[in-house]
Design a protein around this ligand. Sequence first.
Ligand SMILES: C[S@@+](CC[C@H](N)C(=O)[O-])C[C@H]1O[C@@H](n2cnc3c(N)ncnc32)[C@H](O)[C@@H]1O
Length: 301
Amino acid sequence: MADKKDLDFTYTTIDQIFRLSIGETGDYSGAKYDGDFSMTLEQAQRAKHVFIADSLHITKGSKVLDMACGWAPFTRYIVEERGATSIGLTLSQGQAEACQKNGFNVQVKDCRYVKPDDFGTFDAIVCIGGLEHFCSVEDWQAGRQEEIYRNFFQTVYDLLNDGGRFYMQTMTFSKNMVDFKDLDINAEKGSAAHVCALMVEEFPGSWLPYGPEMVIRNAAPKFNLISQSSGRLDYIETIGQWRRKFRKFNLKKYLLYLKLAGRYITDPGFRSQVEVFKVSPNRVCFEKEIMDHFRLVFEKV
Ligand SMILES: C[S@@+](CC[C@H](N)C(=O)[O-])C[C@H]1O[C@@H](n2cnc3c(N)ncnc32)[C@H](O)[C@@H]1O
């Protein structure tokens, strides 16, 4: 599993740059274009929020847990536009501080270990782009992946009120995933072996489920699957839009890039992380169908 140090590496490092590029409460997960790429990124992220809130029946007064909340885009939507209450959890210190400064109830806490004693129970729970971080390469190698997912669904089950719904959005491996032993950071740039190795560097402590089937079977029998859809093509568009926004000139942001340049020279791990600004491993993985991306709506049985 990715711990706080890993997630600070991935998210706190880019906290200010992210907010200057994508917005104070920007989404760092695939948007919902449904194939209509004439939409702006902001419109497609909003369409995602509407879809999730409708699927989970979130209305005025609903109590919602936003697991792995990032910079709190979904929390913001349901609090400001649906009149719900929300608690957001992240393991990135930078994200939590930014969210608190923006007035949202967000805490640094590992969402996999929340108990009803912590915050009570909820009408709805979401986990958008969090599952990717719950199982590490080492966990997978030790055969613990399915157990980790089962335990996670037990946690969600205990936290949901009867009949409550849970939304999960996650990347998965797909039909063209290569053998782990073939991953190689020095392989030909852009090849499957290279981009998968880059992904491992970019997201330390993280490994993906093998298809949505793996997630769904570990949710059963405690959850019924209400709906499932692939967001792979929408994610390719999302990443393209992010990259444009990350590059767009802003003096403060470019000074921050400059500040990180020293670390680039001295820290090889960070160097690999910066590689993702040159080639997006996630985008290549989606394009080559090494990875897919799923939106899953569950209901507590
Ligand atoms: C890809 S971002 C998605 C953020 C947000 N849901 C969104 O859609 O913009 C992944 C988030 O998962 C959080 N995360 C990963 N593992 C976590 C854990 N065990 N407990 C709480 N948050 C976690 C990270 O801190 C980060 O905020």
